[in-house]
Design a protein around this ligand. Structure first.
Ligand SMILES: [Zn+2]
Length: 254
């Protein structure tokens, strides 16, 4: 074989020789030729450098791709985090401006609301409407310097009369407390009050043992912070809210 022919053959074989895919015999032949032929040697070195540069380029591209993907992933995670945090904050603000959790501090609303009962108060209940007779409200009571829960017995304009153990509102027996013995605030036989604008007369369902408007007088509309919604057991917040008793309360309003 002429030298030129061998050179051309070696050049043709270069790619598979470079990637070690030749037979042992061919490899030996090419090795031998490369050790003797300057031209093929130069050609092979150039090929080798090209290949290495290309491999590096691919590696660099791969690295770039993964780096960009990581940045994208990080940005997406950051956005998700911000979104979730924002939603939680919005929910918290909405929840807080709408509801209040409270614990009944006295036995004055028994049996409707027991002592130490956890209750949910709707703070927006009276945004668009006035408190109604029969509503159980969460209100400030100056007399005890604290919040209390009581049922509204009289609204502005109503005349309350307690006589011989019976509670009358505008001369009609108050339906809720029919059959209960309603006492006055002291030993007097008869007690009467007419409510002015913005005044509400509140009483505890435990009428025989309740500290309420009979003792501290009417409360003001501004003192009413919300409407009792439901009782709940805090341990089983989502499982076992005592809806039944709330239904009773709701039923009483109609
Ligand atoms: Zn050659």
């Amino acid at each position: 074989m002429k030298n030129e022919q061998i050179c051309s053959m070696v050049k043709d074989l270069t790619p598979i020789y470079y990637s070690n895919q030749t037979s042992a015999f061919t490899k030996e032949t090419v090795d031998e030729h490369l050790s003797q032929c300057e031209e093929c040697n130069v050609y092979y070195k150039a090929f080798q450098q090209n290949k290495m540069a290309a491999t590096e380029e691919i590696a660099k591209e791969k690295t770039n791709f993964f780096a960009k993907a990581a940045v994208r992933m990080r940005n997406r995670k950051r956005k998700q985090f911000m979104l979730i945090t924002g939603l939680m904050l919005a929910f918290f603000i909405c929840w807080n401006s709408t509801f209040k959790n409270t614990i009944m501090v006295s036995s004055s609303m028994e049996p409707t609301i027991g002592m130490s009962q956890h209750c949910l108060i709707n703070k927006l209940a009276y945004t668009f409407q006035k408190p109604q007779s029969g509503d159980i409200v969460y209100h400030w009571a100056d007399d005890i310097s604290g919040y209390d829960m009581n049922r509204i017995v009289g609204v502005p304009g109503d005349t309350i009369l307690i006589e011989n153990g019976v509670l009358y509102v505008d001369n009609e027996v108050f339906e809720e407390y029919k059959g209960k013995i309603v006492k006055t605030n002291s030993s007097v036989e008869s007690y009467s009050i007419t409510l002015n604008e913005g005044e509400y007369f509140v009483m505890g369902d435990n009428v025989e043992n309740s500290y309420d408007s009979r003792l501290y007088g009417a409360i003001l509309e501004d003192d009413i912070q919300g409407k009792f919604m439901l009782k709940y057991k805090w341990r089983n917040w989502f499982v076992q809210s005592e809806i039944r008793s709330t239904d009773d309360v709701e039923g009483n309003e109609e």
